[in-house]
Ligand binder design. Structure first.
Ligand SMILES: NC(=O)c1ccc[n+]([C@@H]2O[C@H](COP(=O)([O-])OP(=O)(O)OC[C@H]3O[C@@H](n4cnc5c(N)ncnc54)[C@H](O)[C@@H]3O)[C@@H](O)[C@H]2O)c1
Length: 252
């Protein structure tokens, strides 16, 4: 893999990095030269992913347990990353879940858990990492939202609310920390082939492909390369933006 956006001497923390989009982001950032910390509630898989990435890239990596919905767990995770690697330059809030249903059938636990992981998780991680980033006067934060947060989707009120909330969060935080040389952006994936979308019926997938001008589902690497650009020095004048990586599915 070529180093289009060099990230040497940078430390990147990626949540939900044991598989899918998070894993691809960790892989691509490591290939660009960053040391990476892979956080996930599946700690064994996170450790395995981290050591595979180290073997493939020669970068320093670490796989750690974190439940992003839990404030104390997240604080501890970021503190451990700083202790082990000395700093955090890049934070990618990628961990996310779905509990799809029509609103009439979404009960309170399924509402709360989606909002707590997808939206409060980003709050928890940013809160833990922001002061050190402000001190070092450098930071790159990318929040993984979704096209659904832009367009809405029947059966996903909880998920869409969390992802739309993440967009408002991104823009507001970007305004708060721009003067400290910290950028905050969001990437909005379309339909990407991962465990999260494996559960969708073949009929649903075909409909998604039909609604996508580029005529295919996305890959985790499609998202990872967009993130690699946004966290690079070349993107230092880009903040508060939502970059859709969806094959043209939702054009705002
Ligand atoms: N796959 C898609 O089509 C698609 C589309 C739009 C947005 N997204 C977003 O991209 C992100 C990654 O999705 P994916 O498709 O790779 O899903 P995935 O289910 O394959 O991976 C999500 C990862 O997050 C981890 N995770 C879940 N809850 C966690 C928690 N509380 N704390 C820490 N880690 C946790 C999981 O263990 C898993 O490793 C999510 O935020 C998702 O909403 C995905």
């Amino acid at each position: 893999m070529t180093s289009t956006y060099p990230l040497e001497n940078k430390v990147a923390v990626i949540t939900g990095a044991s598989r899918g989009i998070g894993r691809a982001i960790a892989e691509v950032l490591a290939h660009q030269g960053a040391d990476v910390v892979c956080g996930d509630r599946l700690d064994k898989q996170a450790e395995e992913t981290a050591s595979q990435i180290a073997a493939a890239t020669g970068r320093r990596t670490s796989g750690c347990l974190v439940d992003v919905a839990d404030h104390a767990s997240t604080k501890n995770f970021i503190e451990c990353a700083i202790e082990e690697f000395g700093k955090v330059d890049i934070l990618v809030n990628n961990a996310g879940i779905t509990r799809d249903n029509l609103l009439l059938r979404i009960d309170e636990p399924d509402w709360d858990v989606v909002l707590n992981v997808n939206l409060k998780g980003a709050y928890n991680c940013c809160k833990a990492v922001l002061r050190p980033m402000m001190k070092q006067r450098y930071g790159r934060i990318v929040n993984i939202t979704s096209v659904v947060g832009l367009s809405g989707n029947a059966g996903q009120t909880n998920y869409a609310a969390s992802k739309a909330g993440l967009i408002g969060f991104t823009k507001s935080l970007a305004k708060e920390v721009g003067s400290r040389n910290i950028t905050v952006n969001a990437v909005a994936p379309g339909y990407i082939t991962t465990v999260l979308t494996d559960v969708l019926s073949e009929e649903y997938k075909q409909a998604a492909i039909k609604a996508t001008p580029m005529g295919r589902l996305g890959t985790p690497e499609d998202i990872a390369h967009a993130v690699a650009f946004l966290v690079s020095d070349q993107a230092s004048f880009i903040t508060g933006q939502v970059l859709s990586v969806d094959g043209g599915m939702v054009m705002m």
